[in-house]
Design a binder for this molecule. Structure first.
Ligand code: SF4
Length: 611
């Protein structure tokens, strides 16, 4: 560690964010390394170290001979000021070396409001922001993650995108770079060759042209670039790489526990959910492999908490078999086993009681909409009876703390739907009066509403986002009907979700806006302490870009969409069909009731969807 950093650390919050040296960190002999990859998470250490994708790809790259992958996180404001004051460039944790010295700079991007951090980290590293300004083979910048499914707002800054699951494609990309470096290829030659790897999208190989009304007129693939780029998936999760020796953070992180991913994709098809569609097809891991890896992870990390994660863990067919095996082990080793993302329609009280013998925490459900009509429109496939039966089950089991998540601004939503949320909450309260057993602790219902953000690659990708003032009117309407002391109601301010909607469906013209906002000081936008909406307003004005074009303006079904070059497996005509059904108020049963023909299974070569 540099002497300068040692002087700065005592003056900033959470200095352990910047030191590295944690248990299970990967160190390599610099003489044996040919390719250095600075693996950047565009947010703080405690968020990045909780990201499973980051953990997997860190292990994938460090298993490669001659490759050293090192972690980089966005500094908190106090450290950034100290870095600027002392001229200290951004560094990687393992070697404490400047990011500027690295061959490749990789970003994993899971949230649109982290885009300012990407540019700010490049700036703090002293690396030119724009891809066109980085001319050599050094400092090749590439990115992956769910936001790469609409890469266009970042097209000016990222040399290429790696689409889908990274276990295999990352090895192919870094191996090719290793070869390119040994052969002294130019950047152009490398980009040409890397674009031949399935799943790699090089934005500079596509020309975007616009109509007078601002919509896309054409997207032209240049010099033989593929017309569409299809994401990569890992077909057999049982044999896929899994990092059982996880780094144990030396400071508290957001999800400070061992994590076991039980399956990928989702059978449900909720029409607003980007992850649900873009992570298809459905593939699961076997309980035997999961048990072995879970025990290895716990014994190699000393964690006293393990979570079984996925988009809808209660849909995992092997859940009982897996927990039957894991619970005795966890009880003996005093490990708390938690199962997040429960659906109210397959909540097993018996499982919950067994899981929570150690600690009884609250229940969390996401009905998303207050009326059956609107739940059918969004294809939530959840009835009021199922919600109330589950609550009755839980209340008679002694639970008295419920979190209910909803969205406001959903397509076709009316005030009746908004008031439907209040009615549902009161029915939950009536259910508690009828079944509640924990009289000591009164009922606590926490209601939260989010501002609906239309996302690419979903049936709602063409939808309007309601104006912020209308969203706030609906929040106030709901609040005025939630007057019980047992109910706590929270809603997000509209500004952040509106910007999220701009970047989620944005095009290349937003690059200038992001650059201008970062120049004006935008960073750490995901944190209330740092998010400054006025900076973004000034940036849009300065660049003459109207954010309403990407939010309250719906997209035409015949319009060329900025993300049309990206193929996530689910076919566009299936999304159109699902949109039609939404407006008819008809549901599509989950994949267990039969394949709905979304098209994602065409990405599977050996097997079919494992619904
Ligand atoms: S291909 Fe069929 S079974 Fe597979 S995810 Fe799509 S709808 Fe479900």
């Amino acid at each position: 560690m540099t002497e300068l950093l040692q002087r700065i650390l005592p003056t900033v919050q959470k200095p352990a964010r910047y030191t590295g040296g944690e248990f299970n960190e990967i160190q390599k002999d610099p003489a044996s390394v040919r390719v250095r990859v600075a693996f950047c998470f565009p947010d703080t250490y405690e968020i990045g170290m909780s990201n499973v994708g980051m953990r997997i790809l860190y292990g994938v790259m460090n298993r490669m001979e001659g490759v050293w992958c090192q972690r980089v996180f966005a500094p908190w404001g106090d450290m950034e000021e100290a870095m600027r004051r002392h001229g200290l460039p951004l560094w990687a944790l393992e070697s404490q070396k400047p990011v500027k010295d690295f061959d490749m700079i990789a970003f994993t991007i899971g949230y649109e409001m982290s885009y300012s951090n990407i540019l700010n980290m490049l700036r703090l590293a002293g690396v030119p922001l724009r891809s066109a300004d980085r001319t050599g083979l050094k400092n090749i910048v590439f990115a992956g993650g769910v936001c790469a499914f609409n890469p266009e707002p970042l097209a000016d800054f990222i040399d290429f995108f790696s689409l889908g699951e990274g276990e295999d494609i990352t090895v192919e990309i870094v191996s090719l770079y290793d070869h390119a470096k040994a052969e002294s290829w130019s950047k152009e030659v490398f980009l040409r060759e890397v674009s031949k790897i399935p799943g790699v999208y090089v934005p500079s190989f596509y020309r975007h042209e616009y109509n007078a009304d601002g919509t896309l007129a054409s997207v032209t693939a240049l010099d033989g670039a593929p017309k569409m780029v299809t994401k990569r998936i890992v077909e057999d999760l049982d044999t896929a790489y899994w990092p059982s020796e996880m780094i144990v953070p030396s400071t508290e992180i957001v999800h400070d526990r061992a994590n076991r991913e039980v399956f990928r994709g989702c059978i449900r098809g909720c029409r607003f959910c980007q992850a649900g569609f873009s992570c298809r097809p459905v593939r699961k891991k076997s309980p035997q492999v999961l048990y072995r890896q879970a025990v290895e992870t716990l014994e190699n990390s000393g964690h006293n908490e393990m979570t079984l994660s996925s988009l809808s863990t209660s849909d995992y067919r092997g859940l009982k078999e897996l927990t039957d095996a894991l619970i005795p082990y966890c009880a003996e080793h005093r490990v708390n086993l938690s199962v997040p993302s429960l659906r109210a329609d397959n909540f097993s009280r018996e499982l919950m009681e067994r899981l929570q013998t150690v600690r009884k925490s609250g229940l969390t459900f996401a009905p998303e909409a207050g009326t059956q009509r609107l739940r059918d429109v969004i294809n939530k496939n959840l009835t009021e009876d199922e919600i109330l039966t589950t609550c009755a089950n839980a209340f008679s089991g002694g639970w008295s703390n419920v979190k209910l998540y909803f969205m406001l601004g959903l397509p076709t939503e009316t005030d009746e739907d908004v008031l439907g949320i209040a009615e549902l909450v009161y029915k939950v309260m009536e259910t508690w009066k009828a079944y509640g057993t924990s009289r000591k602790r009164g009922l606590r219902i926490h209601v939260a509403t989010a501002y609906f953000v239309p996302k690419p690659h979903t049936p709602f990708q063409w939808e309007k986002q309601i104006p912020p003032e209308e969203y706030l009117r609906r929040c106030r309407l709901l609040k005025s009907h939630l007057y019980s002391k047992a109910v706590e109601y929270d809603y997000h301010g509209p500004e952040l979700s509106r910007l999220e909607a701009v970047f989620a469906r944005g095009d290349r013209r937003l690059g200038r806006v992001i650059e201008e906002a970062v120049r004006l000081g935008a960073r750490l936008d995901g944190w209330d302490e740092y998010f400054d909406h006025s900076i973004w307003q000034r940036a849009f004005e300065t660049c003459g870009v109207d954010p309403d074009f990407y939010t309250v303006r719906g997209y035409g079904e015949e319009e060329i969409l900025p993300w049309d070059t990206i193929d996530v497996g689910v076919r566009k005509d299936f999304l159109r069909r699902e949109r039609r059904k939404a407006y008819e108020g008809t549901v599509t049963p989950d994949c267990r009731q039969g394949c709905a023909g979304c098209g994602a299974n065409r990405l599977l070569r050996e097997v079919d969807c494992d619904a």
